[in-house]
Design a protein around this ligand. Structure first.
Ligand SMILES: [Zn+2]
Ligand SMILES: [Zn+2]
Length: 133
């Protein structure tokens, strides 16, 4: 009896995790947990915000998604785990993917270090915010 309940529980957990992951994978806007929650809820109305936070945290700990901390302290997520840099607009908070050369990794590796992960964040103004009004 308990086994079955456990199984159902696990299934529900992995199902919500799938929905959360799919929601994130379906966008390139690097959303925060709130956005993921609002959007995923349309597919899975029983989803709770705590579940979203918990799963996003777990997915990023496992390296399946990337967590990006913006300058105002909010955390945004990215389902693209390929090494790339991010540009964050300091005015509107827009996050953009930037291709990043492998140079820093190669340099560290040449010096005998084993590189596991890299995180490069550029801050500035996006073209929209740069324009004088
Ligand atoms: Zn901007
Ligand atoms: Zn990205």
């Amino acid at each position: 009896m308990d086994d079955i309940r456990e199984q159902v529980n696990n299934e529900r957990h992995s199902k919500s995790r799938d929905v959360i992951y799919e929601t994130l994978a379906g966008t390139k806007t690097h959303p925060d947990a709130e956005w993921v929650y609002e959007t995923a809820k349309r597919t899975c109305p029983s989803l709770g915000i705590a579940t979203v936070y918990r799963n996003l945290k777990r997915l990023s700990e496992k390296g399946q998604i990337v967590a990006i901390e913006t300058s105002n302290g909010s955390v945004h997520y990215d389902a693209c785990v390929k090494e790339h840099a991010h540009f964050i607009c300091e005015k509107c908070g827009k996050i953009l993917d930037i291709d990043f050369p492998e140079v820093p990794f190669t340099e560290a590796e040449n010096a005998g270090y084993e590189v596991h992960r890299g995180k490069v964040v550029l801050y500035g103004l996006c073209p929209h915010c740069k324009q004088p009004k």
